[in-house]
Write a protein that binds this ligand. Structure first.
Ligand code: ADP
Ligand code: MG
Ligand code: ZN
Length: 615
């Protein structure tokens, strides 16, 4: 890119110089001009001492030595008059001066030469020319960083499929002998952080072939045509080094729908780049063992042309790992760290549902940092806990002062979530409650699924809504107040309720319909975009409201019933700021016992009263 800018700069400098020369050239005409009449008047008044005539253009010097210029339409008629008055006359050719001639010829010629030069260079690049548009392709195989399949864990099916690819690359003959056509393009798709980039690097490491890696965003440049020429260069290079792998990371940057909106200019550039890519993909034959890998987390926006047979016809979906996968990934990432005896990776894997590979990697690193700060010799279980809290909930906001009233509200709010969660059947078990503000959230009640859930029942979702509303419900039941603290809870609860009614067909009145607006998340759920009548819209509104209100009522009932437990839990939470499941169980048992004692006591006292104060 550097050279390109340098040449551009040179062009600009030359243009500026040329313009400057022109301006100087015109300086001569900076002499003030007068009208022909004025000229004749001065002539009659004998005020002119000298004239310079150039065509019809006359520059005159008067007797006071001032200069003017004018245009004389009939110079031949004026000339006799001038000589009659004995004015000094200088004649000048009206053709441009030689200097002007030279400049006016050299500048365009220089520009033409420059452009020609640039074009030549650009063409020469294919044959190993300059770096003008050569991509930032990195050859991983030759750089020291070697990633192998040993570094990728938790996605066995994907690994298996890729081992096949490695085999193609190492023994292409084995397959071509049988007449098999080696796949050209493999597209990794999946949410961010699931190891797509890592997988591609591992394939290169295992196959031991040159690996050209480039990111989709590198193709999209300011100048139209640069992206396309980079694609061509990349393939040209690759063809000289077969067998090899080309890896295009984040291909959605170039491969987005060509038709989809956007400014015309940018669209053009992207379209050109994509076209170049398609042309190149079709251009290499099956005798050339080039395998094209690409990764995206937005497969839904890819241009269908890319996914046609013969292009990226193999698509591998990489999803977040399950418990076993998480354990294996943790094993990979804890290979290099020193851990205390009390760390159980299987437990840790269970406690991190939904974590992607990247999050697990950062969990291990974060734990190591926390242990390091405490000057420990090894990473303990508590460090992993702290690291998890930090990743899930953000950094603890130390020194964030909350007044007592707000703290009390928070304690009741979180206790509310926790208690509703505890007494609801079919929910995820409670993990931890805290009123330490972290990140954006003021408090937090954490539930952990027992298993990775893939399918949610209506019961589970309803209970989830009740738990979300439990915070607000507790504030109402115990403190008789409504605060803004429930904002996120409410939004989440209503989101779930809306999906239940409109998307998952769980409502009796609306029936098994799906009105989802199809705001595609990962792997773009098919959008249905059913239009519906005013009446249906009203029904939907009504049903969502009914659902949410019912769940809220349920939460209120539980909390009213367990009011003593709620008070107790909030009280203790105010002191300890954090409670886990075991501690909550103990508090519950104590509350039960206390209530029983109180009841017995009050009965006794009642009796005592009666005996002491007989009517
Ligand atoms: P993606 O490209 O899918 O967004 P990356 O490949 O960049 O994700 O993953 C980021 C990091 O997360 C990797 O460098 C690696 O440390 C870790 N990681 C992700 N998935 C795995 C996995 N399956 N096994 C081991 N490490 C993983
Ligand atoms: Mg990536
Ligand atoms: Zn809440």
């Amino acid at each position: 890119m550097g050279t390109f800018f340098r040449t551009l700069f040179a062009i600009i400098v030359i243009a500026v110089l040329g313009i400057t020369v022109l301006i100087f050239w015109n300086m001569e005409s900076k002499v003030p001009s007068i009208s022909y009449n004025e000229f004749l008047l001065s002539l009659d008044n004998n005020e002119i001492s000298e004239v310079r005539i150039r065509g019809g253009e006359v520059t005159l010097t008067d007797i006071y030595d001032r200069q003017y210029r004018t245009f004389v339409p009939d110079i031949a008629g004026v000339l006799p008059k001038l000589s009659e008055k004995e004015i000094v006359i200088y004649g000048q050719s009206d053709r441009p001066s030689p200097l002007w001639n030279i400049i006016s010829i050299t500048i365009p010629v220089a520009l033409i030469l420059l452009v020609w030069f640039l074009v030549m260079r650009k063409q020469g690049q294919g044959e190993g020319g300059s770096d003008f548009a050569k991509g930032k392709a990195i050859n991983f195989a030759s750089s020291g960083k070697q990633v192998t399949f040993r570094d990728v864990a938790g996605i066995p099916e994907v690994k298996e499929e890729l081992l096949e690819i490695v085999d193609f690359l190492q023994k292409p003959k084995k397959y071509s002998k049988l007449g098999a056509i080696i796949p050209k393009g493999i597209l990794f798709q999946g949410p961010p952080g699931t190891g797509k980039t890592l997988l591609a690097q591992a394939v290169a490491g295992e196959a031991g072939v040159p690996f050209y890696s480039i990111s989709g965003s590198d193709f999209v440049e300011m100048f139209v045509g640069v992206g396309a020429s980079r694609v061509r260069d990349l393939f040209q290079d690759a063809k000289k080094n077969t067998p090899c792998i080309i890896f295009i990371d984040e291909i959605d940057a170039v491969g987005g729908h060509r038709a989809a909106g956007g400014a015309v200019g940018g669209q053009d550039e992207r379209g050109q780049t994509l076209n170049a890519l398609l042309v190149e993909m079709d251009g290499f034959g099956s005798d050339e063992t080039i395998i094209l890998l690409a990764a995206t987390n937005r497969p839904d926006i890819l241009d269908p042309a890319l996914l046609r047979p013969g292009r990226f016809d193999r698509q591998i979906t990489v999803l977040s790992p399950d418990v076993k996968g998480r354990q294996q990934i943790l094993e990979v990432h804890t290979r290099r760290v020193r851990m205390a005896e009390d760390v159980e990776l299987d437990e840790l894997a269970k406690a991190t549902p939904g974590f992607t590979g990247a999050e697990l990697a950062s969990l291990v690193n974060e734990a190591a940092l926390i242990a390091g700060r405490a000057e420990k010799d090894a990473i303990a279980k508590s460090d992993f806990e702290a690291a998890k809290d930090r990743i899930l909930m953000g950094v603890e906001r130390k020194g964030f002062v909350i007044n007592d009233k707000d703290r009390k509200t928070m304690a009741y709010h979180e206790a509310g979530h926790a208690i509703v969660a505890r007494f609801m059947p079919e929910t995820d078990p409670l993990h931890k409650i805290t009123i330490i503000p972290r990140g954006k959230a003021m408090g937090h009640t954490q539930q952990l699924p027992l298993h990775d859930r893939h399918v949610y029942s209506k019961e589970y979702l309803k209970n989830r809504i009740s738990i979300l509303l439990g915070g607000r419900a507790a504030e109402e039941v115990a403190l008789n107040q409504r605060t803004t603290g429930a904002e996120d809870d409410l939004a989440q609860a209503i989101g779930i309720a809306a999906n239940m009614v409109c998307k998952w067909g769980m409502d009796d009145v609306i029936g098994p319909m799906s009105y989802s607006q199809g705001e595609a998340g990962f792997l773009g759920e098919q959008s249905t975009n059913l239009t519906f009548s005013e009446q249906t819209a009203q029904d939907i509104d009504h049903e969502i409201r009914k659902l949410v209100e019912g769940c809220y009522q349920e939460a209120v009932e539980i909390l009213a019933r367990e009011k003593d437990f709620l008070d107790q839990l909030a009280e203790i939470l105010l002191q300890t700021e954090m409670l886990d499941k075991e501690e909550m169980d103990i508090i519950y048992e104590c509350t039960q016992k206390q209530m029983k004692d109180n009841k017995e006591n009050s009965e006794l006292e009642g009796d005592a009263c009666q005996t002491e104060f007989p009517a």
